[in-house]
Structures are given as C-alpha cells and as structure tokens.
Design a protein around this ligand. Structure first.
Ligand code: F6P
Length: 540
C-alpha cells in the first residue's frame, strides 16, 4: 500500500487506461452507447443529488480510480481524520471540524466541550436577537479568510431565514474602503461588533477592530464591553485587546473549517439557534455518509477521484463553479480558500517535491451572470475547464401574489439556463451544423465556411450538476461538508498536508518589513522593482 497516488502501481494502470481510452473519451458517444448512463452515474448523498454523467468517465475509469483510492489507504486515512489523529503533522494538530457538528451525547471526540461552547454561543446569539443586549440593529463582523468567508457566504445564502430588522455586515479587507462605508451608515448605540480571528494576530482584523473601536467611541458609543465581542482560539489576546466577552475554540479547528465553531456566531445571530443547529445537522449527515458509504457510492470520494482524473491525467488546471442561486454567489470565493489554501501544496508529507499537479484554480460566479461574462471561453476557448453546476429545485423568494408568480417563472428560466449550459458544453456544434443555420447577426459578406467555423463549438466539455431540493440551513450544511471532504480526498491521495498554510507566511513577513518604509520612503537595499514601486507610492 502506498499513500501517495503517483507512487501507487495503479497510477501506471490509469496512465495506460488514459492513453488507450481516456484521452479520446467522448461523453456524447458514451450516452449513445449506454442508455443507462445517467442512472449509473448519478448519486444520492444526504441533501445532495449529483449527476456525474456529463463527465469524461465510465465504469472502467471509475473502477481504476477506486482501486487507486483503496491502494492509497484512503479509508484508513479518512478514519484517522475523523478519529482525531494529528493529521496536520506540520503543526502537530488533529483536524476535527467534523466533531463540531456531531450531536450532543455522541462519542465524537471532545463532545462535551463542543456542546458547551455551542450552547453558550447560541444563547448569546439568541440574546442579541431578543434585544437583551440593547436594541441591536446591525452586527459588524470583522475577520478575514476562514474567519470571514464561511460566515459571510452562509449568511448570504440563508438570507431568507434572516430578519429584516437585523442587518449583518462583513468587513475583511485591511483596505479602509471596506470598513468606512459600513460604519458610515451605522448608529453606535445599535451596533454590535464581532471580532473574529482564530489567532487574534491577523493584521487586517486587528487594524479594522482598532478602527471600529475608535469610531464607536467617537460616535458616542459608551459601553465597549457590551458592543464588542470576540471569537478566537486566543482569548487571552482578545482580552488584551480590551474585549471582555470572548468565545473560544480549539487549535484543532482549522480557520477554513471554522464556520461550524463559534466563528459561526454571525450566522447564529442572523438565522437563530435552531437554524444553526440545522446547518450542523446537514453537515453531520454528510459526515456520516463520508464515513460509512461504500467508496463506490461515496459522493465526496467520487468527486475527489474525478478531480484527480482531470487534474493529473487530462491535465485540466482549473475548475469553474456555477451556483444557479443568487444566494450562493459567494460560494466560489469560499471554495477558493477551502480548496486552494488546503491543496495548493508542492511537497508530500515527507517534504519531497511533487512531480504531479495539485490544487486546480477554483473560480466562478453565480448563474446566469457568469454566462454573460466568461462562459464564452468555457464553450469555445482552447482550454477545457470542467464546470460544476449547482441547481436548487425549489426557490424561496418570500413573495406573494403576482410577484410570486413572476418569480416562479423566473426560477424556471434560471433552471432552464442551468440545464442548457451543461447541455451545450457537452453537445457542442459542428461547423457543418452551423453552416445549415441562419445567423441573423452574422456578416452577410464573410465566407460561409469561415463563419461556420467561428460559430462551431467543440463540445465534449465536462460538467457535474449538483441538485439541492431547496436551499435551507440543512442542505447548505451538507453541501459545504461535501466540499470539505472532497478536498480531503484529493489531498490525501496526493499525499499532501491539506491542513496547513505555510504559503501565506512569506508575504506576511515581508509586509511587516515594508510597512515602516511606506512611511519613511526608504527604499535602500530593496530589489529594483520593489524599490521603484515604493518610491512611486511614497513620493510627495
Ligand atoms: O490567510 C492565512 C490565514 O491564516 C487563513 O488560513 C485564515 O483563515 C486567515 O488567515 C485568518 O486567520 P485568523 O482567523 O487567525 O485571523
């Protein structure tokens, strides 16, 4: 058994399979020859239905990928993760975000501590909602990366479960253009600030927190202790900063996996304790699926294996995510951190340089907006970029009467667009087909053959479609957990540590060195480019 997929003997089998039939695989032909393809390649996981049939895979490909997973000991590595082994070996830490969503009384590690922390956080959130901490109309959440993206994405996605009289604002960037417009519309008396930072050392967050505190006092705020709370695993630093109410968590909760912990406080304030528990329950259901479903039916495993197939055999370097729900518009940004910070690594667990690709670029935009921006490239560009569509069957517009009917019709349009895009990517259009069509906006003088080549589509472009019945706290929890586990699967097979992020350190250190020079303008000893830019930015 080997733990790194490219060192497994199955890797060579997959390479041979790719050369023999994978490279030339045509999804259209696969549908023609197999009437049962959709049934065979669509899967049910808790809250999520997945159609994998528009991918460049078939039963032999999946069988080999599953053999690879087993040869790399994926199940044992998953079990080690869930058991709380120190799988983040460069920091000597367990990785136990799954324990945060295990129900009370379960035998998950640290269950008693987790439940106590959850109860306290939810009680606080509900006290804010009930007005027991004064009449709070606005909550400003200050954090960045994992202390921002998850809560911000979830609050937006669950807007239908929120309250109009309680607004949530998220400030992350050290750029004052983020904080200033938020503060401009607020009344200090009715504002609660949540300072979220796992380490409580992050430059951006501390700077924004200081500025917010200064604004609060200048704006007539009197009770800092009541209007500022912190969520952090470094509650001592929060206290030193002057915040009395701090909700703590543990070093075994990674920043990008922390929305389930007290970092989720703004979610709980926005949607209430019961809905927060539903979010956890959805994630827990997916955890159980990941922990126990046979690999052949295990959705995070299957998605991860297809990712490996595309990244390392087809050589696709990017994946686009297109959620067809406006509430999920921040999901691509959230997934960027989840996947790229986790799996953007170049050495294996033993520190050996990898000679295969790891994390793809993950990017995207809500549908249908993306269609009018970059989908042109997805359809006709020279790179093949697998697309992940997310469709939500039942909308929740919160409208009534004629508006409700209009919006229901718009929802059908939204779904039709979603289906049409994956269909078009797969189907394509030959030049011969294009030649037979009328194109009213085309040049009347251009040679028709030339024009038909401009109007043809290669097709055979792969996509996955995930379907949620409705966007609810429970289904969202399951969806996020699905992505978390999929990222674990690819990282485990690549033999990397998905749970550290040393790659962000160098820039932080250099920033600290440059900061005083931004004031003094001193460029001595810097490389030519940095010196030139510094002088340009600091010249009177
Ligand atoms: O960007 C690096 C990082 O450490 C992320 O991993 C983390 O989510 C973010 O900074 C914020 O860190 P903290 O929660 O400690 O402020």
């Amino acid at each position: 058994m080997t733990s790194r997929c490219d060192l497994s003997p199955v890797w060579a089998e997959l390479q041979a399979h790719y050369a023999a039939s994978g490279r030339g695989f045509d999804i259209r032909d696969a549908f023609k020859t197999d009437a049962g393809r959709f049934g065979a390649l669509s899967f049910e996981a808790p809250e999520v239905f997945a159609d994998l049939s528009k991918n460049r895979i078939d039963a032999p490909t999946l069988a080999l990928l599953l053999k690879l997973a087993r040869d790399c000991g994926l199940e044992a590595r998953r079990d080690a993760l869930l058991r709380g082994d120190p799988v983040n070996h460069t920091e000597g830490r367990a990785v136990l975000h799954t324990t945060l969503r295990a129900p009370a009384g379960s035998d998950a590690p640290f269950n008693a501590e987790v439940q106590a922390s959850l109860d306290a956080m939810l009680a606080f959130a509900d006290s804010v909602r009930r007005g027991e901490r004064g009449q709070i109309t606005d909550v400003v959440h200050i954090g960045i990366g994992g202390s921002d993206l998850g809560p911000a994405m979830v609050v937006q996605a669950l807007q239908a479960f929120g309250r109009r009289d309680l607004k949530l604002h998220f400030v992350s960037n050290v750029d004052g253009h983020d904080l200033a417009p938020v503060l401009a519309g607020l009344d200090a008396k009715h504002t609660l600030f949540v300072i979220a930072s796992k380490t409580f050392t992050t430059q951006e967050t501390l700077a924004n927190a200081q500025a917010a505190k200064a604004w609060f006092l200048a704006a007539g705020g009197t009770d800092v202790a009541r209007h500022f709370v912190a969520t952090s695993s470094n509650t001592a630093a929060a206290a030193a900063f002057g915040i009395d109410t701090a909700f703590g968590f543990w070093d075994w909760v990674g920043g990008r996996y922390s929305l389930w912990s007290v970092i989720g406080l703004p979610i709980a304030v926005a949607v209430g304790a019961d809905n927060f528990r539903e979010l956890l329950a959805g994630a827990h259901a997916m955890d159980q699926h990941f922990a126990s479903a046979p690999l052949e039916q295990n959705l995070p495993v299957l998605l991860g294996l297809i990712d490996i197939w595309y990244r390392n055999f087809h050589g696709f370097t990017s994946r686009s995510v297109a959620p067809y729900h406006q509430g999920l518009r921040r999901l691509p940004a959230y997934l960027q951190q989840l996947e790229m910070e986790s799996n953007g690594k170049g050495v294996d667990l033993d520190g050996n340089a990898l000679s295969i690709g790891t994390s793809p670029v993950v990017w995207g935009e809500a549908g249908t907006n993306g269609q009018h921006a970059y989908f042109q490239m997805l359809h006709q560009g020279t790179d093949v970029i697998p697309v992940e569509f997310i469709a939500v069957k039942r909308p929740n517009h919160g409208a009534s009467g004629e508006l409700a009917e209009k919006l229901a019709d718009q929802h059908r349009k939204l779904l039709a667009n979603c289906l049409a895009q994956s269909q078009a990517l797969m189907q394509g259009k030959t030049a011969a087909e294009a030649l037979t069509e009328k194109a009213p906006t085309a040049s009347a003088t251009l040679d028709r053959d030339v024009l038909s080549r401009h109007r043809s589509f290669p097709g055979n472009r792969p996509s996955t479609t995930l379907v949620l019945d409705a966007l609810t706290p429970r289904s969202l929890g399951a969806l996020i957990a699905l992505y978390e586990h999929r990222v674990f699967v690819t990282g485990a097979l690549w033999g990397i540590n998905s749970f550290d992020q040393w790659g962000v350190e160098l820039g932080k250190a250099l920033c600290n060195q440059l900061l005083p020079r931004l004031e003094s303008g001193d460029a001595a000893g810097l490389d030519g480019s940095t010196a030139g830019l510094l002088q340009r930015l600091t010249a009177a």
